[in-house]
Every structure is written in structure tokens, then in C-alpha cells.
Design a protein around this ligand. Structure first.
Ligand code: AMP
Ligand code: MG
Length: 428
């Protein structure tokens, strides 16, 4: 029995490692986001990443990094350096580290020639470098670019060599790499659920739900915070293979948290605030107009990021100056003087003005102090007023957004849309 338990333990500890290649990732150019995307995909099948390395375009350094990974990890992902130019040397480094020959793959050359013909361009000689494949490697077709990926199965180790551009890497990871891992290693899908929570601070949220998620020791709870919205990820941790039991437990956990948080739960889908608000407006057949001061058009941008938003979004006015607030939106000049541009009165008049001006069912407004200057004792940086005008109603809310200028603006945008969402849900 003891041996059996020990064997299970050994099987399920799988060390994976990511090597991100590119000198630009070590200097001012780019951040390595590929390793974040790869780790998220791996979490879905219960594989955690033990190590990450970021290596410049030097063959000796890369070769050393690959040898180190081969010594300590069972699954290795190498991204980047598969382009056609001379600084793209990942293929050579892999061949060097694994003592393999590189050979031109005829099928890959034909595919590259086909692609260039399709684009009406002549394939240059250096593109043939992308057809160099270590012996024994499986070529992973790239449907979104020219550099194919590579898969090597060396003893117990799986090695994936993947293109650097995220739009090429991510579909390859989802459609080819994950299925290959599932085929070659004993892994199973880990059910997971997501809940997004709006306008609640991380500490307040944790205080309210800690007593619930701690009742589920087989579930990993992860909190990812962004300004105005917190994402809660619940991932099944235990590897007992009983998916029905896992899903039932996750459903129960989600149900309890949903009941505790009520209207603060934004969504259980992979969607943003503007998607949820857009869906509600669509369902109710209502149109919206925006008057933005401190958010400078950010909310209009968020709303129009959603395809089909022209169904409900009429447009907006960036009323950054008092003159525009007064002359375009009809805010009273004496109220501007008496209460200031950042005030409940002005927020309400901005919302009313834009609703009437743009002939919308609802007007939403934001006015605040984004900082770093402009704050006073009475109205410190981060003081924000949100106004809402609908048929027969005009109201406002005051919020305090903490953080730098960018965070204050993003938080204000999400909170304004969240006030609208709550108003719509409670019968607006
Ligand atoms: P490469 O395959 O090295 O030619 O990389 C092509 C492009 O992919 C680079 O210009 C980067 O912009 C991008 N890229 C490469 N590696 C990464 C990475 N780890 N994370 C995000 N982007 C990357
Ligand atoms: Mg590169």
C-alpha cells in the first residue's frame, strides 16, 4: 500500500519549465507575456510551472538554458527566436543542446513557398531557415504566421519549441500543444470556475468570502485584482479523476459566494464590465450617452470595444474644460463656481445635458480629480462623482478612487459603468 501511494505521488509531480528567448525581453523592448499565457493554459490541465528563464539571442546562453531545463524539468517550452533572420537562433540552440542534426524539411519549404505565393510576395532565401528541423522533431503547423513550431519527445521529456508572437503562439498552444501533452502524459482537465466582482476592495471581498472558500480544501482560490474589478478563479486541485464530484463541489461553492455577494457579482464569464453593461442595455432596449471629464473618453472607448455596441451606445462628449461643460452640456455656470467642476451637482447636470443633447434614454457622467495635482483637503486626488440621468430620475454617487492617474481613471470608468449596471438591475 505504501509503495502504491508513493508511486502515485511521483507520477503527479510534473515539473514544467518555460524558456522565453529574445534580447528585447531583457532590455527596454518587450515584456515576456508568453510565459503567462502558457502557464494559464497548463493550469487548466493541472500542470504547474516550476521555473522560467528569459534568455537573450546568444546561442551559447540558450544552449546552456536548455541543458539546465533538460536536467530538472519534464516538459519544456521554448518560445521565440524562430524568425527568418540571423538573430533567430533557437533552432540551432535546440539542436546544439540536444546534440541533433538540423535538416531542411521539404514539406515546410513547400508550405512557406505556398504562403508567399498567396501573399503575392517573393520568398527570400533566408526564409528557408524556418524550414530547418532537428531530426525526429514533429513539425507543428503555424496557421497564423510563417514559423512552424516543433515538438520533440526525448525519453520521458517533452520539448515544445514555439513561435514568439503571441497571436501565433496562443492558438498553437491551445489547439496543438495541450492535446499533445494530454496524449503523452497522464494529465486530466481540472474543472475551474470564474466569478468577477465589481466595486469591492480586495480586503473587503476576502473578509466576506474567506469563510466560504476555506470549506473547500480541494479547490485553489486565486484573486486577481484590476482597478474596479476583481476576478476570482476557483480551480479543482485534487487529482481523483472524479469530474462529476469536482463540478458539483465548484457549483456549490459558486452558489454560496453568489448568495453572499449578490449584486456585486458582475459575471461568471470571461467578459469585461462593458460587455455585461452592453448586454443589459440590449435586453432592456435602452440607449446610452456619456459625458466624460477625468476619464477623457476612456468609457466611450471601452463601450465601443464591444462589437455591436452601436445598438445601444449613442456617443459621448469629452467635457474636460468648464467651458465645454457649460456651453455644450448646459451645466449652470453658477453651480460650477459654487460647487466646483468635481461635485455631485455638476455630475448630475452633465448626465442630464448629454442625455438630452444626444437624444439617449440614459446619460452617464464622470467628473473627478485624477491627479497627481489638483487635489485639496476637501477634495483629495481620487475624488470622483458619477452622475446618471434617466427618464424621471437624476442621481449621483461619490466614490474615492485610490492609486496613480491611470488607475484612478480606469477605476472611475469601471465604477461609473457599475453604477449604471446596478441601476439597470434594480429596475432602472
Ligand atoms: P521572434 O520569434 O523572436 O522573432 O519574436 C517575434 C516577436 O514575438 C517579437 O518581436 C516579440 O514582439 C514577440 N515575442 C517574442 N517572445 C515573446 C514573449 N516571450 N512574450 C511576448 N512577446 C514575445
Ligand atoms: Mg527574437
Amino acid at each position: 500500500m505504501r509503495d502504491c501511494a508513493c508511486w502515485r505521488f511521483i507520477i503527479f509531480i510534473m515539473h514544467s519549465e518555460i524558456i522565453a528567448v529574445g534580447s528585447e525581453l531583457l532590455s527596454f523592448g518587450r515584456i515576456d507575456t508568453n510565459s503567462v499565457d502558457i502557464s494559464s493554459r497548463l493550469a487548466g490541465i493541472g500542470i504547474s510551472v516550476r521555473y522560467k528563464q528569459v534568455i537573450g539571442d546568444r546561442i551559447a546562453d540558450m544552449s546552456q538554458a536548455i541543458s539546465l531545463a533538460m536536467d530538472r524539468s519534464e516538459i519544456i517550452f521554448i518560445t521565440g527566436g524562430l524568425g527568418p533572420t540571423n538573430d533567430d537562433i533557437t533552432r540551432e540552440a535546440v539542436a546544439d543542446a540536444l546534440s541533433m542534426e538540423l535538416k531542411e524539411d521539404e514539406q515546410v519549404v513547400l508550405e512557406l513557398e505556398r504562403l508567399y505565393r498567396k501573399w503575392g510576395r517573393r520568398m527570400s532565401e533566408n526564409n528557408r531557415r524556418q524550414a530547418m528541423v532537428p531530426e525526429g522533431a514533429l513539425v507543428l503547423p503555424n496557421l497564423n504566421g510563417t514559423a512552424p513550431g516543433l515538438f520533440l519527445h526525448e525519453g520521458e521529456k517533452l520539448i515544445f519549441v514555439l513561435p514568439g508572437p503571441p497571436r501565433e503562439l496562443n492558438p498553437m498552444m491551445k489547439n496543438q500543444v495541450i492535446p499533445l501533452i494530454k496524449k503523452n502524459k497522464r494529465v486530466s482537465d481540472r474543472p475551474f470556475r470564474l466569478l468577477k466582482i465589481a466595486s469591492v476592495s480586495e480586503s473587503a471581498l476576502d473578509a466576506r468570502i474567506e469563510g466560504i472558500y476555506k470549506d473547500y480544501p480541494d479547490v485553489d482560490t486565486t484573486m486577481l485584482s484590476s482597478p474596479g474589478v476583481i476576478s476570482l478563479y476557483f480551480t479543482w486541485r485534487a487529482d481523483n479523476g472524479d469530474q462529476v464530484h469536482a463540478k458539483a463541489c465548484l457549483d456549490q461553492l459558486i452558489g454560496r459566494i453568489d448568495a453572499e455577494l449578490g449584486i456585486s457579482v458582475l459575471t461568471d464569464r470571461e467578459e469585461d464590465m462593458q460587455d455585461t453593461v452592453g448586454r443589459l442595455l440590449n435586453e432592456k432596449g435602452l440607449t446610452l450617452a456619456l459625458a466624460e471629464s477625468c476619464t477623457g473618453g476612456l468609457i466611450c472607448k471601452m463601450l465601443t470595444d464591444v462589437p455591436g455596441s452601436s445598438e445601444y451606445f449613442m456617443g459621448g462628449v469629452v467635457s474636460y474644460s468648464d467651458t465645454v461643460k457649460e456651453n455644450v452640456l448646459g451645466v449652470s455656470s453658477s453651480d460650477l463656481k459654487e460647487y466646483g467642476a468635481v461635485s455631485a451637482k455638476v455630475a448630475e447636470q452633465m448626465a442630464l445635458g448629454v442625455r438630452e443633447h444626444l437624444n439617449a434614454d440614459i446619460g452617464l457622467s464622470v467628473t473627478g480629480i485624477a491627479g497627481p495635482g489638483g487635489g485639496t483637503d476637501e477634495k483629495p486626488v481620487g475624488t470622483v462623482f458619477i452622475g446618471l440621468s434617466g427618464a424621471g430620475t437624476c442621481q449621483s454617487w461619490s466614490v474615492r478612487a485610490l492609486g496613480g492617474r491611470g488607475i484612478v481613471r480606469q477605476r472611475s470608468a469601471n465604477q461609473a459603468l457599475d453604477q449604471l449596471r446596478k441601476w439597470l438591475l434594480t429596475g432602472g
